[in-house]
Design a protein around this ligand. Sequence first.
Ligand code: PLP
Length: 391
Amino acid sequence: MDNQTKALHTSFFHDDPYGSLSMPVYHTAAYQFPDAASMTEAFSGRSGEPDYSRTMNPTVTFFEDKVKALTGARSVTAFNSGMAAITNMFFATTAAGKNVVSSCHMFGNTYSLITHTLAKFGVESRIVNLLDLEQVRKAVNENTACVFLEIITNPQLEVADLKSIAEICHAKHVPLVADTTIIPFTEFDAKTLGVDVQVVSSTKYLSGGATSLGGLIIDYGNFPEFEKCVKTELLFNLGSYMTPHAAYMQTIGLETLHARYGVQSANALELAKRLQTLPQVKSVGYVGLEDNPFHSLAARQFGPTAGAMVTIDLESEEACFRFINRLKLIYRATNLFDNKSLAIHPYSTIFVNYSVEQKAAMDVLPTTIRLSIGLESVNDLWADIQQALGE
Ligand SMILES: *Cc1c(COP(=O)(O)O)cnc(C)c1O
């Protein structure tokens, strides 16, 4: 069955008494049992029945089952935000005295989590250039908890060679963890690229209409203790499981992901090409463009589409502010992969609390605008961009 069919056809764990076509929202904290023995079966995890919604809920399980069917993962766990999924992943892999090998090219909060928050718990961060395999090889040792990367970094749009990094990891029995938020997991096979665990902010493509926050840990089962830790320790002790209402909205989003992504990625490619023709635009960042340095690697790894995030560089920070202020159709907002197109100046917003030196080290430039391309007609978007860049 193709992914687009799988996204729509998922069986319920129990038949619904009313034959409901959409999974109901089980807005309950706890569950009643027929007898003491079935309580034991549920609490031990043997029956697969929920006992308390901090760790299991039928609406959330249904959402997790859909993602499992779409990825072929061994286990999927849903959280209340992308950051909660990433935090749980690090709690499952790291411990005091261990190190995390990663890059400074990544989502700002994840970078801060690794270099600042985890450091408070005695976890060392080893920040390397992931494009330089020798640096990665030197950084990974027997104390490495995981190598963590983003498949296309935000906002620098850097793409690392996953198979080569996975080889380095696996030679030392270290898991490779990839944040795959930027390209939907339905578009490529992360497992065959050597990824052991995917983390995803489902706030983005999955929810679609920016309806809710969510995060996923998608585990391929190569490190069996990992799943055990997430499911039997962290869900209980950290308490960041997805809520049923968010799972309901994200399930609806996931059902239409294929159709939405097709339009959004095609719009993004078309706009990226047109943006390259404008003299006011100094450069266009989009790995779907054939002259992008990461184009062939990205196509080999992630398939023919390149996502719906496009960056443009203008001549100055002032030109960026002017462009943002003049937009009439594209929203001035953060977030990615909403149905509606969004624009933001990352340097003065998402990275506002980083020093000028830190931003320079992270290659976050004052001249960059990040666009998230939505489902509008490409001609309407183009007209808005042109008028905002005009005289
Ligand atoms: C948004 C984002 C996150 C964080 O996800 P939230 O759902 O906002 O917590 C992590 N990684 C990437 C690449 C993101 O774009």
